[in-house]
Design a protein. Sequence first.
Length: 271
Amino acid sequence: MSRLTQRFAELKANSKKALIPYVMASDPTPEITLPLMHAMVAAGADVIELGAPFSDPMADGPVIQAAAERSLAHHTSLHDVFSMVKEFRKQDDKTPIIVMGYLNPIEVMGYQAFAEQAAASGIDGVITVDMPPIEADDYVPALKSQGLDPVFLLAPTSTEARIKKLAEMASGFVYYVSLKGVTGAATLDVASVKEKVAEIKRFIDLPIGVGFGISDAASAAKVAACSDAVVVGSVIVKKMTLNDGKTEEERSIIIKEISDVLSAMRKAMDG
């Protein structure tokens, strides 16, 4: 049983929903990522979604695009992401970690080599934004051969055929993108989310996580009421711009702000 499957089973047994924060590796500096990951777990995160930077993040809005630029300014690579996770595992062997990124760097490395190195570092799942299920016949077996969960995206426009195809390939959980647009955009329509999640569950027997548009504790609680997980990104990444993060004091300020956001969401979701 993968860490993701085990974590969702534990949460379900305790009538809780997963809180999944997203952060970009090395944003705003490489030194902040590891202590931030541990702090997010302490603040109530159940799973961590760790961004691997890419130069053309087409699914992301201005906030996360800027985070990718800050990360790439440090020349952050997939190998750096693997190293961060490996270091994290020295203290935490239970919290699932998903790497979120784009296909190009994985293709350069090769599916099998990527899967082997990701698994060896302690990564549990992979979200490759621009890899649709219909094109993943070689990609998914490479991940699953190393015990990695391929986490796919569904959107408000996803057809029944796409949902069924995804059901054949996905594991861990399914990420429902609640808005038509990029990360950080528009306003969340919880009623529509509830309706679409119910439709997805007709065809997929996996936990459904919902992301995009969740900006505070109140929206996190509303989404948790109709899904299995709440994925939070832009509101956290915005905190990275509080300062440059070059000193330990500056990094502490960022970590404290993000911890406070997650603690409030955790409390509201459990309330």
